[in-house]
Design a protein. Structure first.
Length: 108
């Protein structure tokens, strides 16, 4: 069910999804699980902050999250393949980020 921006799920939907039972009445996409490491009070605060952000602030936050994900991914690849060169690690990070399949031989 598509919702307009700012429209929250109905209580009946929370009953259908046990993961949402007893949770904060925040808005969730049906495919998005509720956060498991955040209390309802803090989650409500985060939602208020995010809703008060400008488009530019949302884009900046998204960029920072993306860059952090790349750093963490690179560290994981380096940990799993300590013998690889920086070029091989960068190639694997790009593959993981953009392609579920291994890169073709001609790219290597």
């Amino acid at each position: 069910m598509q919702r307009a921006e700012g429209e929250c799920r109905e209580s009946g939907e929370r009953k259908q999804n046990p993961a949402l039972a007893g949770r904060l009445s925040a808005c969730y996409d049906a495919s998005m699980p509720p956060p498991l490491d955040t209390t309802p009070k803090i989650e409500a605060m985060q939602i208020r902050i995010f809703r008060g952000m400008t488009i530019e602030q949302h884009l900046e936050a998204a960029l920072e999250i993306s860059l952090l994900a790349r750093v963490l991914m690179k560290a994981g690849v380096r940990r799993d393949h300590p013998e690889w060169s920086n070029k091989e690690i960068e190639r694997e990070v790009h593959r993981l980020a953009f392609s579920p399949q291994p890169l073709p031989d001609w790219v290597r």
